[in-house]
Design a protein around this ligand. Sequence first.
Ligand code: PNS
Length: 158
Amino acid sequence: MSTAIYPGSFDPVTLGHLDIIKRSAAIFDHVVIGVLNNTAKKPLFSLEERVNMLKDAVSELDNVSVESFEGLLVDFVKQKNTNVIIRGLRALTDFDLEMQMAQSNRMVASDVDTVFLSTSLQYSYLSSSIVKEYARYGVDLKEFVPECVISKLIDKMK
Ligand code: PNS
């Protein structure tokens, strides 16, 4: 059975993330979404909130599960008995950082590979940061985040 890990901060999950998740789920038998618990960062949503929003967003995808992880991504990947990481590439601006992460991961775990999926065109410039900025200014969010995230974002901004 082929398993792939789709890691990220997901603060919050966007339709761009969901697009990558759906396409990965069509390629791999099982996709585990790994939500990073990064104690050095101060996310808008708690780890539990981010995990729950993702669980809600992927509830109709039978071969997708959501878990949190701490520490090195490659350790989480190995813990899940796989060696495949999925990342979405939006534009050229993502390339440098993504290559750096993929190469760093291979430096400590040479059997771990990163598979890049090109983000669908309509989400090329969408990010969790832009979504939070839009939410702050009351922009309609239905084109950017799953339905279940909209009310949570509005509540946070109150
Ligand atoms: O959604 P993001 O914030 O772009 O995801 C970044 C993430 C979680 C994939 C990356 O920060 C990560 O893998 N962090 C875990 C720590 C680690 O393994 N670092 C070494 C590789 S850069």
